[in-house]
Design a protein around this ligand. Structure first.
Ligand SMILES: CC(C)(COP(=O)(O)OP(=O)(O)OC[C@H]1O[C@@H](n2cnc3c(N)ncnc32)[C@H](O)[C@@H]1OP(=O)(O)O)[C@@H](O)C(=O)NCCC(=O)NCCS
Length: 155
């Protein structure tokens, strides 16, 4: 598995993984815009597994602003989940931020997203706040957002 910066030519595949992963996916244009923001960092992970003909196994997007890292996106192709791909990708992103002298990372997650919450807890992220009814659905229902934080260290 190899982590490398996202390129414009990756966006078609990234947007497809995004649609397979989120109820309210970012568009291709949204990813394209990220590639041009000086404070945005976008990575993909190259994989080679029998379950997927895609070379891109997943991606992560984060911002570094005012000495903080904000993880905006992390997703892995459904067919190759539970194989340590997100863990590898997230570790590289946190290391990258640490190398930029960023001291803490933050993210938002739905409490119902057990896979993501467990991933973040495995790294040592703590819940520092809850935003009530942060995510609203077309159905009229809503869900809280948990804000999680970790102090960065060498990985
Ligand atoms: C969350 C996601 C990125 C995890 O990717 P993954 O490659 O399957 O995760 P990994 O195999 O690296 O798992 C690492 C750890 O995460 C946790 N985890 C991952 N998938 C899990 C699941 N289905 N159920 C419970 N815990 C899970 C576990 O703690 C796991 O460690 P373990 O295997 O030692 O138990 C993936 O499920 C995904 O793309 N989900 C849709 C997009 C999404 O919700 N992104 C997060 C938005 S906040």
């Amino acid at each position: 598995m190899m982590v490398r910066p996202m390129r414009e030519s990756d966006i078609e595949t990234v947007a497809r993984i995004e649609r397979d992963s989120f109820a309210h996916p970012w568009s291709r244009v949204a990813f394209l815009n990220e590639l041009h923001k000086p404070y945005a960092h976008n990575y993909i992970i190259d994989i080679n597994t029998p379950q997927s003909s895609d070379k891109i196994g997943g991606y992560a997007c984060f911002h570094t602003i005012a000495g903080e890292m904000h993880l905006l996106k992390i997703a892995v192709i459904p067919a190759v989940r539970r194989q340590g791909i997100a863990e590898h990708l997230l570790r590289q992103c946190l290391q990258e931020a640490y190398d930029m002298r960023i001291s803490a990372a933050f993210l938002e997650v739905r409490p119902s997203n057990r896979a993501a919450v467990n991933l973040y807890k495995k790294f040592g992220f703590d819940v520092i706040a809850v935003r009530p009814n942060y995510y609203s659905e077309n159905s009229g229902q809503s869900e809280d957002a948990m804000i999680m934080r970790i102090n960065l260290k060498r990985r």
